[in-house]
Design a protein. Structure first.
Lengths: 640, 210
């Protein structure tokens, strides 16, 4: 009697960051469950999908028993990489290094190389086939949702090719622990849907997800039920490892798998245009660009062995879970975003140290990879990322002593079009507004004011300056200003600088009226800061002897001040402002994409002051922002 | 978009300001780059190093641009040094190669006497071996090594002095021996007539007979 085959894949995963000790405990529990099942059901073949770093966390004694199970041909190892890399969001070099490192980890801890590849969220990129083949991977397992609908019922495996390279792909039913029993009980129906020649042996891949983030008991119970159900079916179906079927059966044909992600981790629907959706958010693109920038830097270095620690850290930033927006994980959560920045700023600092660079550094590079240059000014204490084509805004401000990007706020609204940052929707810093004189904080928050100037998102020209006192970028724009019913010319020179190796940003605005008419308007500089203490009651604004709190929950303003500071005792950061002229300060919380101001951990600060320019005259405004470390900041994150 | 293709990095290393260019260097970028470098010269930077090794394509107006900048900075008492060895840039700069200070790599450019050589050697060895040593530990090791060398030198000095004394003694004895031989010869000559007359008995022969 012909027996169809079932390949049961077990895929433990975690979406969000977990403390190391918690993760180790849950992984060992998973391994114990697996060993018990292996001992009880010796005729069941299991395919275990793991990222390489899980192996480093397992109890060595349990891992030794797993080796024995592998020797008895009870299991087959599949990897997701050293972490779970986002294929479409990685450079070929970084992906290749991640896979190589993952395979080496498997060889070291399990004594064998993994046979297949099963990417997290079935995130697939056809151009990765070359990299996979070069790494010695023979097949991939992807969700059947990536297939065209009328091919999803076929039971077997396909060959897929792209640009002359090919690899076998097993389409799998990706199921959660609670669904496992029902799927396995309906196997006859699933095999029946396949209308290919009845003589051929059919294979059905079932990828059982095992969540480690929570509900470990439910996952363990689901796994046990699945294995028991499979054991009952052994008379009619054979349990197989993927390689066994692959080596003894021919493929179904050639099938093109487009790039895509299966977000729900079940067989719902693939998202081939997921990257477009991702780029309607702030920060995802910046984190990825920063990662690519660091990867390119490391890849260009000759003594690769000295950068292994940095590469390993970068693999975690490359993890697909950091880029999938959800309630419990992903870049939309401040903690995860901050974690990524912390890791990357640490690597950048290490690279600068190795290069023996003293004093400031200016880079003019296509950091955002959108064809426009970004001016990156950095010194030992901080780094500023200026997009001079988009209103000269600062979209990243790294405070190196605390390993954080204080400008890492996320906009509550998605972008109109897929792009990395979209002024003024994106919550960046040094956004310059020219508004009617009567504009107040309420009009500003509601957007109920007329934008008289054209400096918010327009392009500037730039010059760079490097002197003994520090580095500067001089941004210029010959713009215009609406005055009454007429539009007049107005030039803006905006100078942003870093002082020597200190965490001090100096800013100078010089507005020049190039007409004979007089101008009167309110000039405002908007900047948004994201700090872990915002929304938790651990921030305060100090101005002289006055202390203000709650501005992270409701709007707040101060009039005619020249010096004030924003203190966050949670992240241990003080942002001290000093201006030459008295300004009105408007503070208001920024909501997260889910609408709650508490989870955004961001607050906007606007410095507003009246500007009056007579014909052919200039007006200037200058000040500085100093970042300082505060004592008693939160403990370093040990999460992975 | 062509004018946006070139990446520029400006960093300070010691007294020099390094400008690294990478990507295609087109004529459209020449005015912008001229303005930027002129600005840096005006800011008081007098020792510039331009690294063009990462340049993938270079148009014909770029080498004359650098010629202008070299003249400008030399007029202010400074200099621009170039680093490249790739074929594309070498070909573009070949008509002016005698006017520019061109070095194949950063190592060839760096000089600083004995300590400079030591510093570079330290960096190279550190990169090669991955071993980095703190200054106090290096000082202790240096002292130990110097002490070992001094002891060795002292032992060599003592032995050399002893050898010298022995040599002097040997020479003295040799001279004494030669003088004694001469004296014996003279005495023999003097007693030869008596010996020939048989007045003297040959004591040596008598001794042999005995």
């Amino acid at each position: 009697m012909k027996r169809n085959a079932i390949a049961l894949l077990i895929h433990p995963f975690k979406d969000s960051l977990l403390p190391r000790s918690v993760l180790v405990g849950r992984l060992n529990d998973f391994l114990k469950t697996l060993l018990e099942l292996g001992a009880s059901f010796q005729n069941i073949r299991l395919n275990v999908v793991l990222p390489g770093y899980f192996l480093e966390l397992f109890d060595p004694v349990l891992l030794l028993q797993m080796r024995e199970m592998h020797k008895r041909d009870q299991i087959e190892w599949l990897l997701t990489g050293y972490t779970e890399p986002f294929l479409s969001y990685s450079s070929p070099w970084l992906l290749s290094e991640n896979l190589k490192y993952g395979i080496n980890t498997f060889s070291e801890f399990t004594g064998t190389k993994p046979a297949g590849f099963a990417p997290g969220f079935s995130n697939w990129e056809p151009s990765a086939i070359d990299t996979l083949r070069a790494a010695g991977i023979h097949y991939a397992v992807l969700s059947k949702a990536l297939l065209p609908e009328h091919y999803r019922s076929y039971c077997g495996y396909w060959m897929t090719e792209h640009m002359g390279s090919s690899i076998a792909v097993f389409p799998a039913h990706v199921v959660r622990p609670t669904q496992a029993e029902s799927v396995l009980n309906s196997l006859d129906l699933l095999f029946g849907d396949d209308r290919q020649a009845p003589s051929a042996v059919k294979l059905l891949c079932v990828e059982l997800l095992y969540p480690l983030s929570n509900s470990a008991e439910e996952a363990s119970a689901g796994l046990q039920i699945a294995v028991r159900t499979l054991d009952k079916m052994l008379l009619t179906h054979q349990s197989m490892r993927c390689t066994e079927f692959f080596s003894s059966n021919f493929n179904l044909g050639l099938q093109y798998f487009p790039a895509g992600v299966v977000l729900n981790r079940d067989d719902a629907e693939a998202h081939p245009f997921f990257l477009n959706r991702l780029h309607t958010y702030d920060q995802a693109g910046i984190i990825q660009r920063k990662m690519m920038d660091i990867a390119d830097n490391i890849a260009a270095r000759k003594e690769a062995k000295h950068y292994d620690r940095m590469k390993k850290t970068l693999f975690f930033v490359q993890d697909v879970n950091r880029y999938i927006p959800s309630r419990s994980s992903g870049f939309t959560l401040f903690a995860e975003r901050n974690w990524c920045y912390e890791k990357m700023i640490d690597i950048e600092d290490g690279l600068l140290e190795k290069d023996d660079i003293k004093g400031g550094q200016i880079r003019i590079v296509d950091f955002l990879r959108n064809g426009n240059k970004t001016i990156i000014m950095s010194n030992e204490a901080m780094a500023l990322y200026i997009d001079y084509k988009n209103g000269g805004q600062v979209f990243e401000m790294d405070f190196k002593s605390r390993r954080c990007n204080i400008c890492g706020a996320i906009s509550p609204h998605p972008h109109a079009l897929p792009m990395i940052i979209e002024p003024p929707r994106s919550k960046t810093a040094f956004i310059d507004h020219c508004m009617p004189m009567e504009t107040g904080i309420d009009e500003f928050i509601n957007g109920g004011f007329a934008q008289w100037g054209d400096f918010v998102s327009s392009d500037f020209t730039y010059k760079i300056k490097k002197t003994a006192s520090g580095i500067k970028t001089v941004l210029n724009r010959n713009g215009s200003l609406v005055q009454g019913e007429k539009t007049g010319p107005l030039s803006m020179e905006k100078v942003l600088g870093l002082e020597k190796d200190l965490p001090v940003i100096t800013f100078v605005y010089q507005l020049s009226n190039r007409s004979l008419a007089s101008y009167a308007f309110k000039f405002a500089v908007e900047m948004t800061f994201a700090l872990s203490g915002i929304g938790t009651g651990k921030v305060r604004i100090s101005q002289g002897k006055n202390i203000y709190t709650d501005f992270d929950k409701r709007p707040f303003s101060m009039d005619g001040v020249t010096q004030w500071g924003l203190d966050d005792s949670d992240s241990g950061v003080r942002i001290a402002f000093s201006t030459q002229k008295p300004v009105d300060v408007w503070c208001f919380p920024v909501a997260a994409p889910d609408g709650s101001p508490e989870s955004s951990h961001a607050v906007s600060i606007v410095m507003a002051l009246p500007a009056a320019l007579e014909g052919s005259k200039s007006w200037s405004f200058m000040g500085n922002i100093t970042l300082k470390k505060l004592r008693g900041h939160r403990k370093p994150i040990d999460e992975i | 978009m062509k004018s946006e293709a070139l990446d520029i990095t400006i960093i300070s290393r010691g007294q020099r300001l390094w400008l690294n260019f990478s990507g295609p260097f087109n004529n459209e970028q020449a005015p912008g780059i001229k303005e930027k470098i002129s600005g840096l010269i005006e800011d008081g930077n007098r020792r510039l190093v331009v690294d063009l090794e990462g340049v993938t394509n270079i148009d014909d107006a770029i080498a004359p641009l650098f010629l202008f900048l070299v003249n400008l900075i030399r007029g202010k008492g400074g200099d621009i040094q170039f680093i490249f060895k790739n074929e594309v840039v070498s070909r573009a700069f070949s008509p002016y190669k005698n006017l520019f200070g061109i070095y194949p790599d950063a190592l060839a450019l760096q000089s600083g006497g004995f300590f400079g050589i030591l510093r570079r050697r330290r960096r190279a060895l550190s990169k090669k071996t991955g071993v980095r040593m703190s200054r106090p530990l290096a000082l202790v090791l240096l002292c130990a090594l110097a002490g070992w060398f001094l002891s060795l030198m002292f032992i060599i000095f003592l032995q050399s002095r002893r050898i010298h004394e022995q040599e002097t003694e040997v020479i003295g004895l040799t001279q004494w021996k030669q003088q004694a031989n001469v004296e014996i010869m003279n005495l023999r000559e003097r007693i030869r007539p008596l010996d020939q007359l048989g007045i003297l008995k040959d004591t040596a022969e008598t001794h042999e007979r005995k």
